[in-house]
Design a binder for this molecule. Structure first.
Ligand code: 6PG
Length: 462
């Protein structure tokens, strides 16, 4: 009997199936287009990897309770596959959605399936094609029993953390697995944005892509060591195989997005969690996509631009602090949601399972894992004592880089938003007394006083 079934043989599905089989886990695959399944099995099939052309035989070939992982496009396709599977399942079977599904959908599916006595797990999977094959970071959430049931299989295919442990944990109940994957992607957007801004500033100084690659390679030896910084060097070194120069200079500056970053921001807004850095990253992608309009407006406004002067050393510190701000925002959303939804998510565990396989894997996560473990509070990351020192040390560099960028007219929305996050949260007395005064003056919304308790309203007009 097969131990796991996988439906959906796009690249991620193929690689995940091969990963299971490579670890000696008997795996059966199914794909709506049979020819694709046959092609895949002809190339990679073997003792541990087989295919079925019918759903019924696919399901019957699995040991019970059946564990079926769906690797189909998030959205309607997931519902369609579940519907087609249902007639073949038996009580207690477990369906695992490994796509980037929106967690409210996961919640709905879980409830529908629970009513029929099936289990449903929403499992965030990060790591792209390479991770799926060699070890992704896995974020399963759902009924505890069902997650515990599949955990041993997931532990075998997962990437390893910095201490050799598997990058998988039982995230929590309900849609919490897909929720944390969504937030992971929000952080991913912000990290990429601030790296892009550093690249932009260095490029505007006249540095060639391989020189910037060197800068990133240097950063990858320090506090910024991470998969994305390493990958930044790789993409900057790539020569253009269709002409002179470097490929990066020929790529259209309009970023795509599938929606997970935007969902993160919308969710944060709904829960009243501020996430300026991640929001700026989503906004920047939106602006980037308006290329025609940007070109028109550059002609119309003709803003003066000069070469910036920030040094790689300043930028490294600025980028590090902005990334800390983005992590703080993401983890704050996770803490708030966990409290509101009664999910009990262990932030230290998340910082651990993101150390390997996933797109935001970074050295910094060791420090975050330790900080969260030591400080069992729902306070934001930047409020933890170990982080406060880093904020203090990094602020002058973040401020300096932004002054430089603003002086020469280069937009750095991610860095600037991170700075504004940190400036607002490290300023005891802000300007909202003024807002309160206005609110009370036009609508008798009342205010509180610094010098005495109670709620007050003033007669503002003379
Ligand atoms: C991962 C990634 C992945 C995501 C891509 C593209 O963790 O492996 O987050 O799940 O689909 O990064 O996302 P966008 O198209 O929205 O940039």
């Amino acid at each position: 009997m097969n131990q796991i079934g996988l439906i959906g043989l796009a690249v991620m599905g193929q690689n995940l199936a091969r990963n299971f089989a490579n670890r000696g886990i008997k795996t059966v695959v199914y794909n709506r287009t049979t020819a694709k399944m046959e092609e895949f099995i002809a190339e990679f099939g073997g003792e541990n990897l087989s295919g079925e052309s019918g759903l019924e035989t696919f399901v019957r070939s699995l040991e019970r309770p059946r564990k079926i992982i769906l690797m189909v496009q998030a959205g309607k396709a997931v519902d369609a596959v579940i519907d087609s599977l249902l007639p073949h399942l038996q009580t207690g079977d477990i369906i695992i959605d490994g796509g980037n599904s929106h967690y409210p959908d996961t919640r709905r599916r879980k409830e529908d399936l629970a009513a029929r006595e099936f289990h449903f797990i929403g499992c965030g999977i990060s790591g792209g094609e390479e991770g799926a094959l060699n070890g992704p970071s896995l974020m399963p959430g759902g009924d505890k029993l069902a997650v515990d049931n599949i955990l041993p299989l997931l532990q075998q295919i997962a990437a390893r953390d910095f201490n050799g442990g598997p990058c998988v944990t039982n995230v929590g109940p309900d849609g919490s697995g897909h929720f944390v994957k969504m937030v992971h992607n929000g952080i991913e957007y912000a990290v990429m944005q601030v790296l892009a801004e550093a690249y932009d500033l260095l490029r505007a100084q006249g540095k060639e892509p391989p020189q910037i690659a060197e800068v990133f390679a240097g950063w990858n030896q320090g506090k910024l060591a991470s998969f994305l910084v390493e990958l930044a060097s790789t993409i900057l070194r790539k020569a253009d195989d269709q002409g002179d120069g470097y490929l990066i200079d020929r790529i259209v500056d309009a970023a795509g997005q599938k929606g997970t970053g935007r969902w993160t921001v919308v969710d944060a807004m709904t829960r009243g969690v501020a996430m300026p850095t991640i929001t700026a990253a989503v906004d920047a992608r939106i602006f980037s996509a308006q290329r025609g309009l940007r070109t028109e407006l550059e002609d119309a406004v003709a803003p003066a631009r000069e070469a910036p002067e920030s040094t790689p050393e300043d930028l490294e510190k600025a980028v590090y602090l902005a990334i800390l701000a983005a992590y703080s925002e993401g983890f704050q959303l996770i803490s708030t949601a966990a409290e509101e939804e009664d999910w009990e998510i262990d932030r230290s565990e998340l910082a651990r399972i993101w150390q390997g396989g996933c797109i935001i894997r970074a050295e910094l996560l060791t420090f975050l894992q330790e900080s969260f473990a030591k400080n069992d509070t729902s306070k934001p990351l930047i409020a933890l004592p170990q982080i406060a020192q880093q904020v203090q040390a990094g602020l002058p560099h973040l401020r300096g880089s932004i002054i430089d960028a603003a002086t020469v007219g280069i937009p750095v929305p991610g860095l600037a938003a991170a700075l504004m996050h940190l400036e607002q949260m490290t300023r005891a007395r802000g300007s909202a007394n003024f807002i309160q005064g206005l609110r009370d003056a036009f609508g008798a919304h009342t205010f509180q006083r610094l010098d005495r308790p109670g709620t007050f309203h003033a007669e503002w007009s003379e």
